[in-house]
Ligand binder design. Structure first.
Ligand code: TYD
Length: 218
């Protein structure tokens, strides 16, 4: 990527970390442990998430996840982008300007992976929409917790029943999202840290802390 398009640490003074991955890879466990670790080290940490990291965002989240009936793909992409624009303007950017560490559970790469890969919108257009929304603010580090879709979904499943047609479609959808993430990580290795999410909680956390430590020492 063009380094000029990114708003870097030298501009905002804080550290901006996003955590990505398909549903069921263990993002929240890793985020909580990282936030606890950095807080114990005396850092100001803002732990947040998308969609819904602000009051307005909660209303948008409700529209996206709990409303009955379909939302047109472009409308859906715009709602995620609207949530993100408000999140960055009112919570993330002010925190970074104070010098805080911001850890967000999902950010713009979720839109590229889910709306772009999964729902047949053009990935570059989805990314451009988010870049407009956030005035080009990219994370300093994006942690991808990577697991094959079948394994991630199995972790979430309640019973050991045979998968039905709907569940198989779900596996295909999440596998496409996973591949989109892996392609983004390969294209921009300096921003991404790819973690094998079949490893133990402790091993994964150690890898994340190592990279964050390097960034904080810069
Ligand atoms: P999340 O609250 O992280 O749910 P979970 O804990 O189950 O992973 O995200 C809700 C859903 O929203 C998740 O399936 C991913 C999806 N999503 C998008 O499709 N696009 C986006 O831009 C974001 C942020 C999330």
């Amino acid at each position: 990527s063009d380094p000029k398009e990114q708003v870097s640490m030298s501009v905002h003074g804080g550290l901006f970390i996003s955590v990505e991955g398909i549903d069921g890879v263990g993002k929240s466990t890793q985020i909580s442990a990282l936030v606890e670790h950095l807080t114990a080290a005396g850092r100001e940490v803002v732990h947040t998430f998308e969609p819904g990291g602000t009051e307005l965002g909660q209303e948008i989240r409700h529209l996206l996840l709990h409303r009955k009936g379909d939302v047109a793909p472009r409308a859906e992409a715009l709602l995620y982008a609207a949530d993100r624009a408000h999140h960055v303007a009112t919570k993330i950017r002010p925190a970074l300007e104070r010098g805080a560490v911001v850890v967000t559970d999902r950010y713009l790469d979720s839109s590229v992976a889910y709306q772009g890969a999964g729902r047949a919108l053009d990935s570059a257009e989805v990314r451009a929409l988010s870049m407009f929304a956030v005035e080009n603010l990219l994370p300093d580090l994006t942690v991808l917790l990577d697991l094959p879709a079948e394994q991630a979904l199995a972790r979430r499943a309640k019973t050991g029943q045979e998968p039905d047609r709907l569940e198989r479609e779900k596996v295909e959808f999440f596998e496409a999202v996973r591949q989109a993430y892996l392609e983004m990580a390969a294209r921009e290795p300096e921003r991404w840290l790819v973690i094998d999410a079949s490893a133990s909680i402790e091993v994964m956390q150690e890898q994340i802390r190592d990279r964050v430590k390097q960034l904080l020492a810069r």
